[in-house]
Ligand binder design. Sequence first.
Ligand code: FAD
Length: 267
Amino acid sequence: MHENFSLKPYNTFGVEAKAKYFTEVRSTEELNEVLEFSNRQKLNTLFLGGGSNVLFTKDFDGSVIKLSLKGISETTLDDNHVLVTAKAGENWHEFVIHCLEKNYGGLENLSLIPGNVGTSPMQNIGAYGTEIKDIFVNCKALNLKNFEVETLNLEQCKFGYRDSIFKQEGKGKYVILEVTFRLTTQNHIIKTEYGAIQSELQKSGIENPTIQDVSRAVIHIRQSKLPDPKEIGNAGSFFKNPTIPLAQFKELEQKFENIQGYLMETR
Ligand SMILES: Cc1cc2nc3c(=O)[nH]c(=O)nc-3n(C[C@H](O)[C@H](O)[C@H](O)COP(=O)(O)OP(=O)(O)OC[C@H]3O[C@@H](n4cnc5c(N)ncnc54)[C@H](O)[C@@H]3O)c2cc1C
């Protein structure tokens, strides 16, 4: 545990702010120990993954816990699917690449999103027509009220557009320890209709893209559009697309013929 510790390297804005206490935990045992300490000292606690969705406006007068639990495991589900579980501290993009190298499909459109696996359910991360809810099976989370580990399935997580139980009634109640995804091992579902993926693939002369081609296209588009937080501090887009009824969208289409819209499932 460190005292008066600089959080500058731990947030993608690169903001200089200090934590009264800072601990990097690599196991659930270490996590339990530091939580006991924080509870005994009645400290405010902040969990940190990759620090790509936080903005420090002042020093944090409490205990910052950086979640660095690592490990990836898998189980074959059937001829076409595998269940892959990653611990909270695995870097999201490295996890995506790991799965692509094994030719597991489902994550390719989510390439290059900053942050860690354990944070991905918080806002149901999404990009280029995919959200984690499309491949999510469950996550294990420590209930901070009773210190029991709970398994929350897709329904219990109440995923919505950049939303989940962890931002609503479960806010501050859980720390996510690991997440399990259901990925394809063959007959991959290729999604190229969102954003500039198709034109990016055409530029490279690719007619029948593989999941790896889609990932490369997404990486290329993202690199051309978004500043790299290592060079310019940022936390990605702050905005959410408006969600409107289909009838209203049809009306708008009459007025603005180039308007972009995507169908969403309703909960
Ligand atoms: C350049 C850039 C591009 C981005 N593009 C996208 C995008 O396309 N789509 C998208 O959805 N998001 C995007 N984001 C936002 C960001 O990548 C995601 O929100 C990501 O999931 C944040 O992960 P993190 O580990 O960095 O979270 P952090 O910033 O470390 O934490 C975010 C919040 O979650 C809490 N938290 C972290 N880990 C846990 C845990 N294990 N259990 C409980 N609480 C936890 C923290 O306390 C904090 O409140 C982008 C960000 C950047 C900088």
